[in-house]
Design a protein. Structure first.
Length: 163
């Protein structure tokens, strides 16, 4: 679309000034996009993106989770990160609402109680990441409502057990 407009300007241009101005405009626009996408591409190349980024590779919370045996029951607000980076099979914290319909999860409290019971019976843990999914319970909510024992406070999250 953009280039079609430029071609029309070139075709209708009657004077060399319009052709020069149009050419410079195209050059400037292409240069701006090239700089922006060049920097973005360079950043992604060196730092990674998503769960492959250096932030996740160097996550202190992930490093602590890796130390636990495979049999440890782990609940988390970042199940994909734990699965991909720590090579564990976590369970997602109960959802407060359906992310597609925005309906409140009427079984939320029951699911939380069941989760806490499973963690206590199996010596499991809850891993909260600072950048967790917003529709899941967060660390502050749990600390206000439930009796959790801090295992490790990390720069990017925290791990808790049920006393």
């Amino acid at each position: 679309m953009f280039f079609a407009i430029i071609i029309q300007i070139f075709n209708k241009a009657k004077t060399p000034k319009i052709i020069i101005f149009s050419s410079l405009s195209v050059f400037v626009i292409i240069s701006i996009f090239a700089c922006f996408y060049g920097n973005l591409t360079r950043s992604i190349y060196y730092n990674g993106q998503g769960y492959l980024s250096n932030d996740w590779k160097n996550s202190e919370t992930i490093a602590v989770i890796k130390q636990y045996p495979e049999s440890t029951k782990i609940y988390t607000n970042e199940p994909c990160a734990v699965y991909l980076r720590a090579d564990k099979n976590p369970t997602m914290l109960p959802s407060k609402y359906n992310i597609y319909t925005k309906r409140i999860n009427e079984n939320y409290e029951k699911q939380i109680e069941k989760m806490l019971m499973e963690i206590k019976q199996n010596n499991g843990l809850i891993a909260f990441f600072d950048l967790g999914w917003g529709y899941l319970a967060n660390e502050k909510e749990f600390l206000l409502k439930y009796n959790l024992k801090l295992i490790k406070d990390t720069y990017d999250g925290a791990l808790y057990e049920i006393p």
